[in-house]
Design a protein around this ligand. Structure first.
Ligand code: COA
Ligand code: AMP
Length: 631
């Protein structure tokens, strides 16, 4: 047990407001906040009310003013284009200020929304920071989502402007983004005033006259814009994530709490530091800016801390091989690598002995961070033995914006416990609760919950939906935030996250709603009813499996309908859903009240002993589908 970690955690627990007041000193405030926390505002309270700041200025201008303008802020490494580009803090600030000027010239002002639909190019980060500079609220949509998903986010966020790229680059194919944007805009009720399109050489897009403009031309012609002061409680971004319905939830991130919380995590968890002078240690998060991990640890947190961040366009395997991650680490002197366990499983499958690690100089790599899904102990043990470095599993969600639990290199706590998500970060008190809201004994699984108030940086509400926030997170266990994860806290205080308590599945580290997929299947004219469950996958962790009952009288071949269903999910939700399997069955198992037994089927599909509820309507249905489900 690290006494330094414990002392830090206890100091937060004893006096949370004093702890956060101290942490807030890492940030440049334009006007000081009136209170550290006000419990009377919003669903559970608001952090740093009365304060004003600018997040982009804290990410960029502040470091330049401190003499670090020539330090490298961002290294872009595209395995897809075979190109590397480096941006100093000054160069990045200059591009951000110009793009902010271009946005302002097109009417974007504080509080306006901008939707960003881009692959892993520096222009995506520049667009995010340009919005932050103006106090505009960005909403980044992951490139693997299809037009209807993009349209639903556009209709919810009502952006004044959309920033997109002409295409993304996936192994073996160019993904045209612009036609997806065009289809989404045709579908959406809300129409933005303009679209800025970043043209990539691999596939230039036709621009719609009067609506679309070239991103780089607009940036080049613009007058740089100064940072605009915003309230600590003003939104910095809205990031949509899967909820339990087909409609994504707009997770709101505010400016003040976000900056304070993120800046604090870098020395505490990562132990990555800027300097001396223009030098800096390098951190690399191999995620995508479309996910919260990308927002936090590719863009905002490293820049707030003034260190160097790597943005990688490519995959862990196939671009060109399973040594891609080790090549990037060696080439850029990466000190900490952050990825999802699925990426390691993909590497392990192709290079089980880790031979490719030995072809690269990993002497600067000090630790590996894992999140996005539960890391199975065999994978954790494999990579720990291979690298001989601390492996730090950390548990969080789009809602929290930064880790709920982790291990803490800066506080001397790195002991390895494969399968565990680590200790709570200062700011979070985590407990496993029983259905009545009572505490579970240590070591017993319950619903994981966080005692209110949530710390700075966590979503204070949902976009335009305080009530939805209360319903989704606060009502089940009064006084607690319901994480939607099941797990336990062991006798050492380590947290174990075992799975979701709702219908969300985690596919290759991507959070997806089976409910949303069921809505798509149910829309097929031949489908009477359906269920989607998560089935174990050796690389992706989980993949969706659809079971459908056809309407009576449908006489078409099952395989033909299944292929249509696979195509439909790809078209409506996107390739990221990885929906490749639909089975036609005669009936679905149900309780007498008509509830489909998804959990029981999931257990059967994953080789677990199924729990069959006594209220089952007809046990024979389970026997019928058992051979189809067997793993
Ligand atoms: N734009 C367009 N399409 C995209 C996309 C993007 N940004 N990202 C993924 N896709 C497509 C892929 O091309 C693939 O399409 P396909 O069905 O035609 O093959 C599909 O969406 C699924 O993609 P992905 O989940 O990336 O699976 P994969 O089989 O291509 O690769 C892994 C598997 C494990 C290598 C990959 O998922 C991975 O690197 N995962 C890490 C996840 C991660 O970083 N998560 C963030 C949380 S920390
Ligand atoms: P997202 O909002 O996309 O970041 O997904 C959050 C969900 O991913 C969590 O609620 C968990 O179910 C899962 N998750 C993320 N990190 C971990 C982790 N380290 N261990 C277990 N599950 C995790």
């Amino acid at each position: 047990m690290s006494s330094e970690y414990q002392a830090r955690y206890d100091s937060w627990h004893r006096a949370p407001e004093a702890y956060w007041d101290e942490a807030a000193r890492r940030i440049d405030w334009i006007t000081p906040y009136e209170k550290v926390f006000d419990p009377a505002q919003g669903p559970f309270g608001r952090w740093f009310p009365g304060g004003t700041l600018n997040t982009a200025a804290n990410c960029l201008d502040r470091h330049i003013a401190a003499g670090a303008g020539e330090r490298v802020a961002l290294i872009w490494d595209s395995a897809m284009e075979g190109r590397i580009a480096r941006y100093t803090y000054r160069a990045l600030r200059d591009r951000v200020a110009k793009l902010a000027g271009a946005l302002a010239a097109r009417g974007v002002a504080k509080g306006d929304r901008v939707v960003i639909y881009m692959p892993m190019v520096p222009e995506a980060a520049i667009a995010m920071l340009a919005c932050a500079r103006l106090g505009a609220i960005h909403s980044v949509v992951f490139g693997g989502f299809a037009a209807p998903e993009l349209a639903s986010r556009i209709d919810s966020a009502e952006p004044k402007l959309v920033i997109a790229a002409s295409c993304g680059l996936e192994p073996g194919r160019v993904v045209p983004y612009k036609p997806i944007l065009d289809a989404a805009l045709e579908r959406a009720a809300h129409k933005p005033r303009a679209c800025l399109i970043f043209q990539r050489e691999a596939l230039r897009a036709d621009l719609v006259p009067g609506r679309d403009e070239d991103y780089l031309d607009a940036e080049a012609a613009a007058v740089p814009h100064d940072p605009v002061p915003v309230a600590a409680t003003d939104p910095l971004y809205v990031l949509y994530t899967s909820g339990t319905t087909g409609r994504p939830k707009g997770i709101v991130r505010d400016n003040g709490g976000h900056a304070v919380a993120l800046a604090a995590t870098i020395p505490m968890m990562y132990d990555v530091h800027p300097g001396p002078g223009s030098a800096s240690e390098v951190m690399w998060t191999a995620s995508d800016v479309g996910w919260v991990v990308g927002h936090t640890y590719i863009v905002y947190a490293p820049l707030l801390a003034g260190v160097t961040t790597v943005m990688y366009e490519g995959k862990p395997v196939g671009t060109p091989d399973a040594g891609a991650f080790w090549r990037v680490c060696a080439q850029h002197g990466v000190k900490t690598l952050f990825t999802a366990p699925t990426a390691l499983r993909a590497i392990k499958q192709q290079d089980p002995e880790g031979a490719l690690t030995r072809q690269h100089d990993l002497s600067k790599l000090e630790a590996l961070f894992l999140a996005g899904e539960r890391c199975d102990p065999p994978t954790a043990e494999w990579i720990a033995a291979l690298l001989g470095r601390p492996v730090i599993d950390n548990w969080w969600q789009t809602e929290t914006g930064w880790p709920i639990s982790a291990r803490f290199r800066g506080l001397g706590l790195t002991a390895f416990k494969p399968g565990s998500g680590g200790r709570p970060c200062p700011g979070y008190e985590v407990r496993a609760l029983n259905p009545e809201g009572g505490l579970m004994p240590s070591g017993e699984v319950g619903a994981l919950a966080i005692r209110l108030p949530l710390p700075p940086g966590c979503a204070p509400t949902l976009w335009h939906d305080d009530e939805g926030y209360r319903r989704a997170y606060l009502e089940t266990f009064p006084g607690w935030y319901r994480t939607g994860d099941a797990g336990m806290v062991d006798e050492d205080g380590d947290i174990w996250v075992m799975g979701r308590t709702d219908d969300i599945i985690n596919v290759a580290g991507h959070r997806l709603s089976t409910g949303a997929m069921e809505e798509v299947l149910a829309a097929h004219p031949d489908v009477a009813e359906c269920a989607v469950i998560g089935r174990h996958d050796a690389v992706k962790g989980e993949v969706p499996l659809g079971l459908v009952v056809l309407k009576s009288g449908v006489a078409r071949a099952d395989a033909e309908i299944a292929a249509e269903l696979v195509a439909l999910v790809r078209e409506r939700i996107g390739p990221v859903a990885a929906f490749k399997d639909a089975l036609v069955v005669q009936r679905l198992p149900k309780t007498r009240s008509g509830k489909i037994l998804r959990a029981t089927m999931k257990q059967m599909a994953n080789g677990a002993q199924p729990v069959i509820p006594p209220t089952i309507e007809d046990a024979a249905v389970l026997d019928q589908i058992a051979p189809l489900l067997s793993p």
